[in-house]
Write a protein of this length. Structure first.
Length: 103
């Protein structure tokens, strides 16, 4: 129960932080999932998911891309500041998404 509580809090932090980036929907948008059904990661739909994942890795942020879905999956040993830094990196790489037009 404690791990699920931590996971839900972390995913909520990621979600609110990504929303604050105010990314254009053509670049990335959070998958609309009822909160009670949201798993242990934040799914972000983007035609550039694989490129974003590669660019984030170059910033030290490990993600998973499956098709057009970029997945941010926190872990209980990560601090909130690390999650915020990961989202900041997403903001940086998403501004450069047109440089890598291969989705």
């Amino acid at each position: 129960d404690r791990l699920r509580e931590i996971s839900r809090r972390q995913v909520a932090l990621l979600k609110s932080s990504v929303e604050a980036l105010d990314l254009h929907e053509s670049v990335a948008r959070i998958e609309p999932v009822p909160e009670e059904r949201r798993g242990g990661f934040l799914a972000i739909r983007s035609p550039h998911a694989a490129g974003l994942s590669r660019a984030l890795r170059a910033h030290g942020v490990l993600t998973d891309a499956r098709g057009h879905i970029l997945r941010l999956g926190p872990a209980p040993y990560l601090a909130d500041e690390q999650l915020r830094c990961a989202v900041d990196a997403l903001g940086v790489v998403s501004r450069n998404v047109k440089l890598n037009t291969n989705p």
